[in-house]
Design a protein around this ligand. Structure first.
Ligand code: MOS
Length: 764
């Protein structure tokens, strides 16, 4: 087997790198706008994705999905498929290699409570689209043809899909999931305060199902080594999570499996859990002792999880001045019959606006479909939508400017947890965003402005998301030529991790960016978490920051040993500049490479394990915030909405790289526009099946739907969340965007739309 090594890949990427800093020197600080170091590799094809690895010997696996929504498989007839020359095997629960049976082995690091899906494990069908067989053939075309010839007969039993009929069955979920926080406990007398309030709002919200559609479809290429070792190129957000799952499912030792994800073409939640393509490709490789690749088709991207259909009701009561007296926020979301998929939906309301009389609930409705799945800002994308539209409604009935209402109810502390925020520059976001947008010129009443046949409306909303930090280890190797290699099993799902993390090290060590290489995306590297929750920069970035400090201490120690001018120099007096260590007082300078060689070695290797300072962190609420302002133009005759202007001000700690951070925010806003106006997967409930499972019928925002997005960063310096002051920006960009568009449509037309997407039939 002719396996191209991962490190060859990185070397090829290095060769395509350009000096990235604006001055061409490669010198960067934290905050220097820096182009992606992997940009050229990505646009030239040098960067390879999961389905692009392996040689001609790799077999092609194509998934056969069931149509039935619930039942038992009574017959699988693969004879017509197997009769085609070049078809190697058709795997199903009847002839698969041994797999572990207990749920325990199928629980990945992000699994919710319940029983995870076990692909091809037995005859049970529990959702429409479930993989029930894998055809393996010499070519992709042959495998696809053969897959169409596999006959699957299911003994069906009645199913139930769609949240509306199931709301009566809504129940409290099992709370066991890492990172899940149940709703706040009730406080005061919310119902009594609501009755006594001067102004009230009672609003119901509904959000349809959305599916993940990253550019790169989910894929796994399993390279079967001569010794039986499996090297798996897989599209995911955490190589170690996938390695852990696969080795347990098939009873393999840790050393028998390596998972790599050096390049990922977007994921945003779809790669947090290992998907069935990984298990199926591994299963086939083990059975056939051959290399196998499984790539899901675009339509099969609709067969493994989705943002859950969600119902919400928000009741708000305020006194005559607009101060919140009562808040009741309830939500119910779908889950599968197998697992209690949970999201933090209603808690954000409690955290955003202090209210003494409040009640919250979050329940789940089990349905006959695949478990829902995290999608960019899971929970907040729905919960903050509801509270931000409800606040807009309250502003209207109370005759208070929507932005002023937010200021009146500004949370300086979290009143439920009785804690301060680590940093919170939201009020600066309000000021800066409003000023740049020209908010003070907004007419108080709706329907005040028309242009031709369009009504013009302005809306605003608040966004918030957690500022998380997890644990990670980084290994740093400094060579005698002054090259710094950083290694950690982190991921870059397209977010700019390679660049931002390298930039932190270059800035700390005073090295040109070209002298820093960051190797990630390999399960054999030092432990790192999944790239999710917008936590990678505060986590892996802090680990890199820590390893650099350790390296600097070692280098200074060596400088003292070889050069008397460094006697008594403390770390604080050392300046790291242009690949040299300089003493601030004496200006004595030594190249780092010379210090590496001082002990007769050709390299220095140090490691650093970052563990969050939980004792310090628990004294604060840690969050990122945004203020979004939008102009929308609505044609009531056609029901069309055009978003014509977006200003978003974001407070997310120090911004390491404004170029990639801005891209993250823009990406979030684009998805928010898409969620607001386009995206919804519709089911035929009689069949229990998603119907518009293709780009022809599942609409997403395109360039024509997206105006110039102005991104403003309000810097904070948050040393509680990270060692160097940064928080994450991966998810905050989408939060509140659907709300702000709803609010702008109301301002344009006087019509309130509380369900997403806000399609022409609802706008008309
Ligand atoms: Mo994010 S939904 O944690 O990838």
């Amino acid at each position: 087997m002719n396996e191209v090594s991962f490190f060859d890949d990185i070397d090829r990427v290095r060769q395509t790198q350009q000096p990235m800093a604006p001055d061409g020197t490669g010198t960067v600080a934290i905050g220097t706008p820096t182009l992606r170091i992997d940009a050229l590799a990505k646009v030239t094809g040098a960067a390879r994705y999961a389905a692009e690895h392996g040689d001609r010997d790799v077999l092609h696996g194509v998934v056969v999905n069931t149509a039935a929504a619930r039942g038992r498989i009574v017959r699988i007839d693969a004879s017509r498929a197997l009769a085609l020359p070049g078809v190697i095997d058709v795997l199903s629960h009847l002839n698969r290699p041994p797999m572990r049976s207990l749920d325990l082995f199928y629980k990945d690091m992000t699994a919710p409570a319940g029983s995870p899906f076990k692909p091809l494990h037995d005859d049970e069908v529990f959702y429409s689209g479930q993989p029930v067989a894998l055809v393996v053939a010499e070519s992709l075309e042959l495998a696809r043809r053969a897959a169409a010839l596999v006959e699957v007969e299911v003994d069906v039993v009645p199913h139930e899909t769609g949240i509306h009929g199931g709301l009566v069955r809504a129940r409290d979920p099992s709370h066991f999931k890492v990172g899940y926080t149940p709703p706040p406990k009730p406080r005061g007398d919310a119902d009594g305060a609501l009755l006594a309030a001067a102004h009230t709002v009672d609003a119901e919200f509904y959000a349809g199902v959305e599916h993940h559609n990253p550019m790169e479809m989910h894929a796994s290429t399993v390279i079967y080594g001569e010794d039986g070792h499996l090297t798996i190129y897989d599209k995911n957000q955490g190589s170690q999570n996938c390695r852990w799952l696969v080795s347990r499912v098939f009873g393999l030792s840790k050393d028998q499996v390596t998972v790599r994800n050096a390049f990922v073409g977007g994921a945003f939640g779809s790669g947090l859990r290992p998907q069935h393509n990984l298990v199926l490709a591994t299963m086939a490789a083990l059975k056939l002792k051959r290399s196998v690749r499984v790539v899901l088709t675009r339509q099969q991207m609709f067969t493994f999880g989705h943002r859950p259909e969600t119902w919400q009701r928000v009741r708000l009561g305020a006194d005559a001045s607009g101060k919140l007296m009562a808040m009741i926020h309830e939500a119910a979301a779908e889950t599968s019959r197998k697992e209690d998929y949970v999201e933090v939906v209603v808690n954000w309301s409690s955290q955003l606006y202090p209210c003494e009389n409040a009640r919250f609930s979050y329940q789940v409705v089990p349905l006959d479909q695949h478990s829902p799945m995290d999608m960019r800002a899971p929970g907040a994308a729905h919960g903050v939508h509801a509270i931000e539209v409800a606040m807009d409604e309250l502003a209207h009935v109370a005759h208070i400017d929507p932005l002023e209402l937010r200021r009146i109810n500004y949370a300086y502390r979290d009143i439920e947890k009785d804690l301060p925020f680590s940093t919170k520059a939201l009020s600066d976001c309000y000021d800066l965003g409003a000023q740049r947008f020209g908010w003070q010129r907004r007419a108080a009443q709706p329907r005040a402005r028309t242009e031709g046949h369009e009504h013009v409306g302005w809306g605003m909303a608040t966004g918030t998301w957690d500022a998380l930090q997890m644990f990670a280890r980084v290994r740093a190797t400094l060579s005698h030529s002054g090259q710094l290699l950083l290694e950690s099993a982190a991921s870059d799902i397209g977010t700019g991790t390679y660049t931002a993390i390298s930039q932190i090290a270059a800035a700390e060590m005073g090295l040109p960016l070209e002298a820093v290489t960051f190797r990630l995306g390999d399960s054999t590297l030092p432990v790192a978490p999944i790239e999710g929750g917008s936590a990678h920069i505060a986590t892996v970035g802090s680990a890199v920051h820590g390893v650099c400090e350790k390296l600097k201490k070692e280098l200074l120690k060596r400088a003292k040993a070889v050069d008397g001018r460094f006697a008594g120099v403390r770390l604080a007096d050392a300046v790291w500049r242009d690949g040299t260590l300089v003493c601030r007082r004496t200006q004595a300078a030594l190249p780092l490479g010379a210090l590496v060689k001082a002990n007769g070695e050709d390299r220095i290797e140090v490691q650093y394990l970052l563990l969050p300072n939980v004792l310090k962190q628990r004294k604060f609420v840690r969050a990122v915030h945004s203020a979004v302002f939008v102009e929308a133009k609505v044609d009531e005759a056609l029901g069309t909405v055009r978003v014509t202007r977006v200003v978003i001000a974001v407070a997310a700690g120090r911004i390491v790289n404004p170029v990639t951070a801005r891209s993250q925010i823009i990406g979030g806003v684009v998805w928010g526009i898409s969620q607001a106006l386009h995206e919804e997967t519709l089911s035929d409930h009689k069949l229990g099946r998603f119907m518009n499972h293709s780009f022809a019928e599942y609409h997403i925002a395109t360039n024509a739907d997206v105006p110039e997005v102005e991104v403003l960063f309000v810097e904070e310096d948050d040393r509680i969340v990270s060692r160097f002051g940064a928080k994450g920006v991966g998810e905050i960009g989408i939060v509140g965007v659907a709300a702000v568009i709803s609010n702008a449509i109301f301002h344009a037309t006087g019509k309130r739309i509380r369900s997403t997407p806000m399609t022409p039939d609802k706008v008309m």
